[in-house]
Write a protein that binds this ligand. Structure first.
Ligand code: HEM
Length: 492
């Protein structure tokens, strides 16, 4: 047993903690609304405190939200906590066992490979690909000027094209076409099935499945096999490219080249199966998270005209009339846009909770946690703590840029916004995600006037939580900006 705190008194047992009153057998499951469970857990944190218990069926969960306790749990991975064993089993069965779901030795050998492929120097090498997709998003929006667009769907096309381009070395071009690619058809079946299975609390035994469910399962197996073959094909093609152009091993142009180059290093300890699992994991971890963050950012900017005007002024000054950012250096010159993104992540984290499963008996805060228990780490309460963030519910980018109204201890405030998690399993895709978000936002500000962004009812969009948290029902209407355009690389 290990201790997270140096308390002198004996730790409290998990069952003694406060928490919502459970129903017989079902526990608190009926009180946890589908799609809004993160908000219910946050509401209970306000009521029962920053460490409480919850029961789903027979299983007891510990829910924590104090930043030091959350940080301590997340930092004690991979030795004392893993992600969820169930998620690891499901993703293994689907061929998606990659860094997000793997535990133990598999995670340890994969992490350096993925981290290397997503580090800032590689993101700079991926820039031409990112600029190309951003320019295609601009063309798409120019063509649909004046129309009411489904914001989420638009931005998902953008992140799908970025992510598949980098992960497969083959961009699905969803910005230009609907379907038509066999691999997209397989993904359209496999990804929803995988999400549904992860979200469902228990698996039905095979003998309880209906004939329709068995037929769906057989069809799914066919798609999974085809997907495995397609990814094996991408890996083989990448290897041919690396043999033809060995310099790509040092300066890969996409993620799959970086992963294959790392895997082929003598003594890397990783195999093609690890590469395949991580190529597919990028789609799971990188698409919706980034698209949702962008959608919230666009809505927050539109709802705060002063912040938007300042962001546009900054973009116009830095881009000097070009239709988009042209280099990684230019992207680093947008501190106000950075602050707007930071505020978006503080208020609307795409992943508002992180689950950790204990690998042995341990102590969290002052609570004794048995082996195999699930600890739910809520990330948003710390980011909304009024002791650090004045008027915490307000979208106020000024707090991140210094001067009047800035957060006092910037470092500790930043640590309280854990939108990318914390510790050894912190999101390795954050540099890529921030680049994508800022490239698309800068292009939007430079090239378009936002005529409207909102929900049909006109109110604040509801938050919907499945695997990640998304705004519901946002639509957007754009008008090309009237300005002297000197198209740059992103606009060429
Ligand atoms: C704004 C967009 C994103 C957000 C808010 C986000 C958030 C997160 C969070 C909260 C975690 C859990 C961290 C932890 O357990 O401490 C995570 C893990 C992860 N993310 Fe992201 N993410 C984003 C974009 C991306 C992108 C673009 C990629 C890759 C293409 C990516 C790949 C991953 C992977 C592989 C993990 C698992 C890391 C591990 O367990 O070692 N993410 N992300």
């Amino acid at each position: 047993m290990s201790l997270a705190t140096t308390s002198t008194s004996a730790p409290r047992p998990l069952h003694s903690l406060p928490g919502p009153t459970p129903w017989p057998l079902l526990g608190n499951a009926p009180q946890v609304p589908r799609g809004r469970f993160h908000q219910q857990l946050e509401a209970w944190a306000r009521r029962y405190g920053d460490i409480y218990q919850l029961r789903l069926g027979p299983r007891r969960y510990l829910v924590v939200s104090a930043p030091d306790v959350v940080g301590s749990v997340l930092r004690r991975r991979p030795d004392e906590f893993g992600r969820s064993r169930r998620m690891e089993e499901i993703t293994r069965a689907y061929g998606f066992l990659g860094l997000f779901s793997a535990g133990g030795e598999t995670w340890r050998r994969q992490r350096p490979m993925v981290l290397g492929g997503l580090d800032p120097s590689h993101i700079r090498d991926y820039f031409p690909a990112l600029l190309d997709v951003t320019a295609r998003l601009r063309t798409r929006w120019e063509r649909s000027a004046g129309q009411s667009l489904d914001l989420q769907a638009e931005l998902t096309r953008y992140t799908v094209d970025v992510t598949t381009g980098l992960a497969f070395g083959h961009d699905l071009r969803t910005l230009e076409q609907d379907g038509g690619e066999a691999i997209q058809d397989h993904l359209n079946v496999v990804l929803p099935a995988l999400y549904a299975r992860v979200l469902q609390p228990l698996d039905l035994p095979a003998w309880l499945r209906t004939p329709a469910q068995r037929r769906a399962e057989r069809a799914l197996q066919g798609h999974l096999q085809a997907l495995r073959e397609a990814v094996a094909g991408f890996i083989a093609r990448t290897r041919t490219d690396l043999e033809r152009e060995p310099a790509l091993r040092e300066r890969p142009r996409n993620l799959i080249q970086a992963l294959v180059a790392a895997r082929d290093q003598p003594g890397s300890g990783v195999c093609d199966e690890d590469v395949a699992g991580n190529v597919l994991t990028m789609l799971l971890a990188g698409e919706d998270t980034t698209a949702n963050t962008l959608a919230w950012l666009v809505w927050l900017l539109h709802s705060h005209p002063q912040a938007l005007a300042r962001a546009r002024e900054e973009v116009d000054t830095v881009l000097g009339g070009a239709a988009g950012v042209q280099s990684a250096a230019q992207l680093a010159e947008l501190p106000w846009l950075d602050a707007c993104v930071q505020e978006t992540l503080r208020l609307k984290p795409a992943g508002p909770l992180v689950m950790a499963q204990s690998l042995r008996e341990t102590v969290v805060g002052d609570v004794l946690v048995p082996s195999d228990a699930i600890v739910v780490c809520l990330l948003r309460p710390a980011a909304l703590d009024a002791r650090t963030f004045a008027q915490p519910e307000r979208f106020d980018p000024q707090r991140w840029v210094g001067g009047a109204g800035a957060v006092h201890a910037m470092g500790s405030a930043k640590r309280q916004v854990m939108a990318f998690g914390a510790g050894p399993r912190m999101c390795p895709g954050r540099y890529l995600a921030l680049a994508e978000v800022k490239l698309a936002a800068a292009m939007l500000l430079a090239c378009f006037d936002i005529e409207e962004v909102g929900t049909p009812g006109g109110g604040e969009p509801a938050e919907h939580m499945a695997i990640v948290m998304a705004p519901v029902g946002l639509r957007m209407r754009l008008r090309p900006r009237r300005r002297p355009a000197t198209a740059g690389a992103a606009g060429a």
